[in-house]
Design a protein around this ligand. Structure first.
Ligand code: ADP
Ligand code: MG
Length: 280
């Protein structure tokens, strides 16, 4: 690996987003470097999706700005932007009437009428393979399970073949095997030179796969840096307002919420209709 510093592919400078008088993001500075997986974490409502929207150029900030490859994102035309960065939104758009294959093919749209279009079939096949959705290609998208839909959308993002990937909770609906698989692919993309931003709730996944973690809370960056510097019990306990332990397991950090031990079996629930069961 070269020690030469590489220019960031995305830079957010002093980004503020205010909606109806409320600061959703406030003074956010963040850079995304080629070759890294940057994981965004933080409680519900911290501003993660809003920040991702600003980074993609879909959301114009109230103050500050974003540069992609050194240019203001607002000045880059939509088609060029679509060749520069691919976005997996938190909510899958219900692609009514489309088969999974057609959803993946949409990722190739920015490359129509360019030399890269010659690779469409191979790129689509590889994307489906990496997202483990080749067997779903002929299925109607809305009939797929939530996790299958998320993987098809991930395949669409991979098919777009861009140097920047922005993934909003790509693992939220996935089983354990596919969570690991998606993040391995994210790491592979970074190893091939991409800048990858991933929003995650699972802090152990963040620890395992991030080069750097950015902790957002209340619209501000609380910490950014390598997982071992950032994912501390003290900071996470404060930010999530719940006691958290950070332990070491098999060479990885594991973040676990502190729970009250269940020492006694739950009492029986004799007449639930009259006598509500104790909360678990
Ligand atoms: P996260 O992804 O971290 O859970 P979001 O970025 O989606 O959080 O939202 C941050 C906060 O901004 C939330 O409190 C949300 O309700 C609010 N918010 C986001 N978009 C809007 C909007 N268009 N109008 C009003 N409030 C919004
Ligand atoms: Mg979100």
């Amino acid at each position: 690996m070269s020690a030469r510093p590489t220019a960031p592919v995305l830079v957010a400078r002093a980004v503020g987003v205010t909606i109806e008088g409320r600061a959703i993001l406030d003074g956010v500075d963040l850079d995304v470097r080629p070759g890294e997986v940057l994981v965004l974490v933080g409680p519900n409502g911290a501003g993660k999706s809003t920040l991702l929207g600003v980074l993609t150029g879909d959301l114009v900030p109230s103050s500050g700005g974003v540069e992609i490859d050194g240019r203001p994102v607002a000045s880059v035309r939509a088609r060029e932007l679509a060749r520069a960065r691919a976005v997996l939104p938190q909510q899958q758009r219900l692609a009514f009437g489309f088969r999974a294959r057609e959803v993946v093919e949409m990722g190739r749209a920015p490359w129509h009428r360019t030399p890269a279009a010659a690779d469409d079939l191979a790129v689509i096949a590889a994307a489906e393979d990496r997202a483990d959705v080749a067997h779903l290609a002929t299925r109607l998208f809305p009939t797929l399970s939530g996790g299958e839909q998320a993987r098809v959308s991930f395949a669409r993002v991979l098919a777009q073949a861009t140097p920047v990937l922005l993934l909003d909770e790509p693992t939220a609906a996935l089983d354990l095997q596919h969570q690991e698989a998606v993040l391995r692919v994210a790491r592979d993309e970074a190893a091939a030179g991409a800048g990858v931003v991933v929003v995650l709730h699972d802090l152990s996944l963040a620890a395992a796969y991030a080069d750097r973690v950015c902790v957002l809370s209340g619209g501000r960056v609380r910490a950014v840096g390598p997982p071992r510097e950032v994912l501390t019990a003290a900071l996470l306990t404060e930010v999530y307002e719940h006691p958290v332990d950070v332990i070491e397991h098999a060479g990885h950090l594991v973040v676990v919420p502190v729970r009250t031990p269940r020492t006694a079996p739950l009492p029986p629930c004799p007449r639930p209709e009259e006598d509500p069961c104790p909360a678990v």
